[in-house]
Design a protein around this ligand. Structure first.
Ligand code: SAM
Length: 246
């Protein structure tokens, strides 16, 4: 099982902001900014790994100088349009080495594409080598093993010329392994009114709180899990992994 051919991040990347619009991220980006500044009041430079279409960055860039890394050249192109003032780099969070350190490192939902403990561990090592001593790391997985529940949701947006609606179906066929599945159905309406439908299956990784804490510690971070409050998410289900590099 792998995610090499995900349509959303490759041939459909130009639809990303109609699935997930920058304005939808304002509340959570404010939460992330506040935690980062509480942990590291002098934080000025931030590395985001798996930055996607740059939605978080479109808010965080008002406070920090951000370098954005994503494995998909198509998503980097989408993000560059939204965030032309940010540095963009194509790379894999498991092995990219930029040869410099940042005041903070941030990974949002892209961490869900680490499918094994080995992958997770590689991403955490990347985070560690790019974080300065005394700097902080904020990682926001969609769920831990303990907080996962199957769900179905839908959404989408209109632009002046095109529109998209999607259905997202999240389920876990084998709760004993480290993955679950997100199936997407996309309805894509073109400027001439024609509609086409695409299906995309994303495999996501999921780990327990203990696995998160153990791996963050063994990479070298001081770590804690921080509950977050968001107006649209049930209390207790939104959590971040917050680390400090001693
Ligand atoms: C859900 S999107 C992230 C959206 C982002 N939170 C935003 O603000 O727009 C997930 C991203 O993770 C990226 N990704 C998946 N595996 C990756 C890896 N190994 N290294 C870097 N990026 C990765 C995908 O290309 C995709 O752009």
């Amino acid at each position: 099982m792998d995610n090499k051919k995900l349509k959303l991040y490759h041939e459909l990347a130009c639809w990303w902001h109609l699935l997930s619009a920058p304005e939808d991220y304002e509340e959570e980006a404010t939460i992330f900014k506040n935690i980062l500044l509480q942990s590291c009041p002098n934080l000025k430079t931030l590395l985001e790994l798996g930055s996607g279409g740059g939605n978080n960055a479109s808010h965080l860039k008002k406070y920090f100088g951000i370098t954005l890394v994503d494995i998909s050249p198509e998503m980097i192109k989408v993000s560059k349009k939204l965030n032309p003032e940010c540095e963009h780099i194509i790379g894999d969070m498991r092995d990219i080495r930029l040869g410099r350190v940042f005041d903070g490192v941030f990974i949002h939902d892209a961490i869900m594409y680490m499918l094994t403990i080995h992958d997770l561990r590689m991403a955490l090592e990347t985070v560690f080598v790019h974080c300065k001593h005394g700097g902080c790391v904020l990682i926001v997985p969609d769920a831990f093993k303990e907080t996962f529940s199957p769900k179905t949701s839908h959404g989408g947006h209109n632009s002046q010329i095109r529109s998209m609606r999607y259905l997202e179906w999240v389920y876990d066929p084998d709760p004993d392994d480290s993955t679950y599945i997100t199936d997407f159905a996309y309805l894509l309406r073109e400027a001439d009114g024609s509609i086409h439908i695409e299906h995309d299956q994303h495999i996501n990784g999921i780990f327990s709180r203990r696995e998160w804490l153990e791996n963050m510690k063994s990479v070298g971070f001081q770590v804690r899990i921080v509950p977050l409050e968001h107006s649209e998410i049930e209390s207790g289900l939104f959590n971040a992994v917050l680390g400090i590099k001693p």
